[in-house]
Design a protein around this ligand. Sequence first.
Ligand SMILES: [Zn+2]
Length: 131
Amino acid sequence: MKSELQKIDCASCGKPFETSFCPNCGERRLSEKDFSAFSLINDFVVDVFNIENKFWRTLKSFFIKPATYVDEYIKGARKKYISPIKLFLIANAWYFLFPAINTFKTTWYTQLNGLPYSFLTNSVLNVLSFF
Ligand SMILES: [Zn+2]
């Protein structure tokens, strides 16, 4: 049984369509659920916290198999990964926006007592002290 959708004009590009998504630009047809409070909150959470999946794929590949990332990117896998320049700029932004990550200039006392992850540093030192 095929459900019939009413023909509407796309809110983004203005082209008429009868499907769930605009064939011209991909805009989704809205339903009554899209105007609920839950939907608005969900949209907010997705917009604020959603980072493209390819960012996480790139980061994972960069740390686990960096040669694979570089090799596939050079061979043309541009949809799968973000560009190395973009990755470099994001890393620089993190470095300057979150100085706590900047452990190269942090004193030994601060690393052991003043950072959110100081307990990890102490744990690693305790483990290393056995050797
Ligand atoms: Zn459209």
